[in-house]
Ligand binder design. Structure first.
Ligand code: AQP
Length: 337
């Protein structure tokens, strides 16, 4: 059945250091064309960032950096709402209400918590455990219908749907929260670590060579591509030949996403070639796509007062949408007001 509601898109990126190629291809770049399809709300999710330790001296700068990345990538603050999560209190308030709807067992199944907490689950913050409920609140505070994310967030999106459905049922408020649909890209949904194709590219990996940061200079991009791990075989004829070669599969996927081609189309061009040929072409392509984004980011970051004014304006607009939805949620739960 076609969803009768107008499309409202919500997504967020954490202001942890080093926004990278995975964030860009898996999420941020895909936000841009959605501006032609529906109302778009893009958030710098600083409340998520502090679920792991952040340097208080850096957090505000990192927040501005993600806002600059959004605009440098092509999100237009005149058409879309760009704002900082902690500046709209409905996120934290709704998260508490939804914490009382979500079940412990649901959260215990979240693989990202297991990965991020590792051996040390007992020492992790309660916030890291409850993070997916805050993410559900982020989305449901706007009754968003569509959420563009990388594949790593798919499980959290399913949880947001479960929380919405349980709320609607428990409080007999059918359709109070729409069930948000994930929008996961066909290519680069999971960009992998350049040194280990079995791990996703991540901001928190201590190895700089594992990722390409959006702030990297052209020379650094070229060097990281050159040093990306591969194997001794040439590129295969077809996609089936990428099986069991995760690093090669990843580089072909990155090339495909950067050039808006399928992996097969990339292989049609490079089948039989060695990495001495492929890597310089990939590096040139990455530089041609990422350099304009980096340069535009630098322009936005050079005027923090203007950036802050845009973010404040975005907060006001976001609050106008979220506040009544929070109020209706309180009423459905029977709170005094
Ligand atoms: N490797 C990736 N490939 C494709 N998409 C990715 N995303 C993240 N990594 C990849 C998508 O980027 C968006 C913003 O991510 P985030 O800032 O919320 O943080 P994350 O998913 O936790 O990303 P990181 O890099 O792994 O951060 P750390 O290391 O701090 O945990 C999301 O849509 C995400 O799917």
């Amino acid at each position: 059945m076609t969803d009768p509601r107008p499309m409202r898109v919500f997504s967020g990126v954490q202001p942890t250091a080093n926004a990278h190629l995975g964030n860009y291809l898996g999420a941020i770049r895909r936000f841009v064309p959605l501006q032609d399809e529906g109302e778009c709300i893009f958030c710098v999710v600083d409340l998520h960032a502090v679920t792991v330790p952040q340097d208080p001296k850096m957090l505000a700068a990192q927040t501005r950096e993600i806002a600059a990345v959004y605009m440098a990538a092509g999100i237009d603050p005149a058409r879309s709402i760009i704002f900082v999560q902690s500046s709209v209190s409905a996120h934290a308030e709704l998260a508490w209400l939804l914490n009382c709807v979500a079940r412990m067992g649901w959260l215990e199944r979240m693989t990202q918590f297991k990965e991020k907490s590792g051996e040390n689950a007992e020492r992790s913050s309660v916030g890291l455990f409850a993070y997916p409920v805050l993410m559900a609140a982020d989305i449901l505070a706007y009754r968003a219908t569509h959420v563009p994310v990388g594949e790593d967030q798919k499980q959290h999106l399913e949880l947001a749907r479960d929380i919405a459905a349980r709320f609607n049922k428990e409080f007999k408020a059918e359709d109070h929260f729409p069930l948000p649909a994930p929008l996961i890209g066909a290519t680069a949904a999971r960009v992998m670590n350049l040194q280990d194709g079995t791990k996703k590219m991540s901001k928190s990996d201590p190895a700089e060579l594992s990722r390409i940061n959006l702030a990297d200079s052209d020379d650094v991009i070229v060097r990281k591509m050159k040093k990306a791990r591969t194997d001794a075989e040439p590129l295969p004829l077809d996609v089936a030949g990428l099986a069991g070669r995760p690093e090669v599969d990843n580089l072909v996927g990155i090339y495909a996403a950067l050039s808006d081609l399928s992996k097969q189309a990339v292989l049609d061009e490079f089948a039989g070639a060695g990495f001495g040929v492929f890597k310089p072409r990939l590096a040139d392509l990455a530089v041609s796509v990422l350099a304009p984004v980096r340069e535009a980011m630098q322009v936005y970051l050079a005027d923090p007062a203007q950036l802050d004014a845009l973010l404040r304006d975005g907060s006001l607009k976001a609050d106008v949408i979220a506040r009544p939805i929070l109020q209706q949620t309180r009423e459905a739960m029977g709170f005094w007001s």
